[in-house]
Design a protein around this ligand. Structure first.
Ligand code: HEM
Length: 190
C-alpha cells in the first residue's frame, strides 16, 4: 500500500498524541520497513493494521473506531495531495461515483504498482446510493471513514448503513448511503 496512507496515519497520531506515541507505535509494532515511509513508496498494509492495533491497546479505543477516525482524516490528506482529481466535483455522491472509474484509475496511471480497492457505486435515488467495496486488504473501516470524511468536506450529512459479506475477513462490504438534505438547501427550494 502507498506510503501516503502510512504517513497520513502517523501525522494523525502525532497531531493527537504527540511524537513519542509515533515512536512507541513503531517500536512496538516492529514493522519490516523500520517505520520509515515515503509517500510514493509501497509497503505491506499489515504494518498499518499492526500500528492501529498497538494504538488501540494503548489508548483503549476499539480498532474499528480508530480505523474509521483515521479514514475521515485520510480523506482530507488525499484531496490535499491530489486536488486536481476532485476539482470539478461538487457533492459527495458526485465524488463517490468517480472513485472507482476515475480517481483510483488515475492512482493506477500515476503509480502502476498501486493497488486501490474496487468501489462500485449505484445511485438508486437522488438521496440514496449503494456502494460495494472489495479489497483483499479488508479495509472496510477505512472506506467508511473516507465516505464520512467526504460528506464532511461537502458539508453534507450522510447516514451509512453497512453489511459485510463474502468471507469472514470482510473483504467485501456493502454500504447503503442516505443523504440527509442539508437544511439550507431545503430553505432555498421554497
Ligand atoms: C470517499 C471516497 C473514497 C473511498 C471510499 C476510497 C477507498 C480507499 C481505500 C479503502 C483504500 C485503501 C486500500 C484498500 O482498501 O485496498 C484506498 C486507497 C487509495 N485511495 Fe482511495 N478512496 C476514496 C477516495 C479517494 C480519493 C479522493 C483519492 C485521491 C484524491 C484516493 C486515492 C487513493 C490512493 C492514492 C490510495 C492508495 C492506493 C495504494 O495504496 O496502492 N482515494 N482508497
Amino acid at each position: 500500500m502507498k506510503g501516503l496512507i502510512f504517513t497520513s496515519f502517523l501525522h494523525l497520531v502525532e497531531k493527537e498524541y504527540g511524537l513519542d506515541m509515533v515512536d512507541e507505535l513503531i517500536a512496538e509494532s516492529a514493522p519490516v520497513s523500520g517505520g520509515i515511509y515515503t509517500t510514493v513508496g509501497n509497503y505491506d498494509h499489515r504494518e498499518l493494521i499492526a500500528m492501529i492495533a498497538v494504538l488501540s491497546q494503548k489508548i483503549n479505543l476499539s480498532v474499528g473506531h480508530l480505523t474509521k477516525t483515521f479514514g475521515v482524516y485520510l480523506f482530507a490528506e488525499l484531496i490535499a495531495a491530489y486536488p486536481q482529481w476532485i476539482a470539478d466535483l461538487d457533492s459527495s455522491f458526485a465524488l463517490l461515483a468517480k472513485v472507482d472509474g476515475f480517481i483510483h484509475g488515475e492512482v493506477k496511471k500515476l503509480y502502476p504498482d498501486a493497488s486501490p480497492p474496487s468501489f462500485k457505486c449505484t445511485l438508486h435515488t437522488d438521496t440514496r446510493m449503494e456502494v460495494i467495496y472489495q479489497s483483499p486488504r479488508c479495509m472496510g473501516d477505512v472506506a467508511e471513514g473516507l465516505i464520512l470524511g467526504c460528506a464532511a468536506f461537502y458539508k453534507e450529512k450522510i447516514i451509512v448503513q453497512r453489511e459485510s459479506f463474502g468471507d469472514r475477513g470482510a473483504s467485501s462490504e456493502r454500504f447503503l448511503l442516505k443523504l440527509i438534505t442539508p437544511p439550507n438547501v431545503a430553505i432555498a427550494a421554497h
